[in-house]
Design a protein around this ligand. Structure first.
Ligand code: FES
Ligand SMILES: [Fe+2]
Length: 359
């Protein structure tokens, strides 16, 4: 396996080698090394709002492909577990619904809503039964901003990983945002998922690629902050552009903050605007195709709304360069690049984390 180690000193470091983006084998390895070990956005918590509700889902279709299940028990507690029957392996809950028990449609094995084995016909003579292995495996999950996250094998809790965001934005009503379907949409990009992230992680390209956005931002005030598992790009708006009304005493008070662009390793972007959040979920479909889901969440009583045409124009401009890079990195003459020490700290951070996770 290629060594993806990245020099921690950005002034000396080289970027990830082209092989990381173009090799199907590397993509295969990243499924377990990166995607099984990090937090993945699943859905809004509304899918299991009421007691006894069940919500089956496949974790990262085409990548992890793990059948899982959220339930809310009678007391209102949430659980996440494997959705595979411990008898002969049928999927237990095939579609969202409600019920006081989980029962497998193949031979009638029953589980409590927390995944504990309950009963099974025709098993009286079976010895050492039931055992620990007959319960459904519990899966680590977390709830934040009314959304559900899952990780098969997390290196740290979601709370810990997102602590810098929670602290910095504690004055915003993050738990009271509402999903806005009318301004949400999916995009498909013919490129490796990590190229899409690389592009997101620097504002270096804004004056070259995004004329509209560049009109709105004070480019010389664009700033980067790096945390263990997430990073921030702080953008300052020009006079006349909407900006956050930041309370006195806050570290950003007095700045005309246009957006807090947060990224959480490896594939989640949280763009906070004065109107709310534009969440971008980057889902790899294969080593060279990626789905990006843009989901808008509005702050309560916000008088502002997403600047849809600017978001959409910016996305189109980004997709065009990312797809061009996807072609470029196939070249026999491109091996790897270098980082701008002032403008590409975020990309360097991402590559360093990939290096760590890929081992
Ligand atoms: S596979 Fe579920 S009861 Fe047999
Ligand atoms: Fe961009």
């Amino acid at each position: 396996m290629e060594n993806f180690g990245i020099n921690p000193n950005i002034n000396q470091a080289y970027t990830l080698p082209a092989a990381f983006y173009r090799s199907p084998t590397t993509f295969e390895q990243s499924k377990e090394q990166i995607f099984a070990q990090t937090w993945q956005w699943i859905e809004d918590v509304d899918v299991v709002k009421v007691p006894m509700q069940h919500y089956p889902f496949t974790l990262l279709k085409g990548v992890i492909d793990e059948p899982l299940l959220f339930t809310r028990n009678r007391e209102g507690q949430l659980h996440c577990m494997s959705n595979v029957c411990t008898h002969r392996g049928k999927i237990i809950v095939e579609k969202p619904g409600r019920g006081r028990l989980l029962s497998c449609g193949y031979h009638g094995r029953c589980f409590q809503l927390d995944g504990t084995f309950k009963s099974m016909p025709e098993f009286k003579e079976a010895e050492n039964f039931p055992s620990e292995e007959d319960h459904l495996t519990k899966i680590p999950f977390s709830e934040w901003m009314g959304m559900l996250f899952v990780s098969l094998n997390p290196k740290a809790s979601l709370e810990e990983m997102t602590q810098p965001i929670r602290e910095r934005l504690s004055w915003l009503p993050l738990e009271e945002m509402t999903y806005d379907a009318s301004t949400s949409k999916d995009y498909f990009v013919n490129a490796n998922w990590a190229l899409y992230c690389d592009n997101y992680l620097e504002g270096f390209h804004i004056p070259f690629v995004h004329p509209g956005l560049n009109e709105a931002l004070e480019f010389d005030k664009y700033d980067y902050e790096i945390f263990p598992y997430c990073n921030l790009q702080l953008s300052i708006g020009k006079e006349g552009e909407p900006c956050f009304d930041i309370p006195e005493g806050h570290q950003d008070f007095g700045k005309r903050v246009y957006a807090y662009y947060y990224w959480l390793f490896p594939n989640l972007m949280l763009n906070f605007y004065p109107w709310g959040l534009s969440l971008n979920i980057v889902s790899p479909l294969s080593h060279n195709t990626t789905k990006i889901s843009f989901r808008s969440y509005l702050f309560p009583n916000s008088k502002m709304s997403p600047n849809e045409s600017r978001l959409d124009d910016t996305e189109m401009e980004d997709e065009e360069v990312v797809e061009s890079v996807q072609l470029g990195i196939q070249s026999r003459y491109y091996k790897r690049g270098r980082f701008s020490p002032t403008m590409e700290q975020g990309v360097h951070h991402f590559h360093s984390l990939i290096g760590n996770y890929m081992g």
